[in-house]
Design a protein around this ligand. Structure first.
Ligand code: ZN
Length: 148
């Protein structure tokens, strides 16, 4: 079910997750606010089991995904004022092979240099530029309340 030394699996095993690590969860998915993003509302959707590709997902987990993406997108538009959301999945970063999907708000004033795939300019931000823990928690709670 879980893999040793896998960050998402370690987080999944905790029973005291703060809102930023547990925006919403179901049997199959847990949603976190990205910890190293400078863009408020950058979400990461994680299967609750350790899987490395879409083909490893349980059919029920796969079936649930579309509805979850839509509901979170509605909440993101409401909370961040974004005009739409981006959805991406690579799971290529060292130590992050656990399947994860990035669901990212696309703001109206987002510069051309951070649109489309270039939105990753907001990830891997320096410590000082990251959305602070307290703000991530606050966003998580507002998203939870705004979920349809
Ligand atoms: Zn894992």
């Amino acid at each position: 079910m879980r893999a040793a030394g896998c960050y998402p699996c370690d987080q999944q095993a905790r029973t005291d997750l703060p809102p930023r690590e547990d925006v919403v969860h179901t049997e199959h998915w847990r949603v976190a606010h990205a910890f190293d993003s400078s863009l408020p509302g950058w979400l990461v959707l994680l299967p609750t089991r350790h899987v490395r590709s879409f083909t490893d997902l349980a059919p029920a987990a796969a079936d649930e995904l579309g509805g979850l993406v839509r509901r979170l997108s509605v909440a993101l538009e409401s909370v961040t004022g974004c005009v739409k959301t981006y959805l991406m999945q690579f799971s290529e970063a060292e130590g992050f092979s656990h399947l994860h999907l990035h669901l990212v708000p696309r703001m109206a004033d987002q510069p051309e240099s951070a649109r489309g795939p270039r939105v990753f300019a907001y990830l891997g931000a320096d410590e000082q530029q990251r959305v602070a823990e307290a703000e991530r928690d606050a966003i998580a709670l507002r998203l939870r309340a705004a979920l349809p």
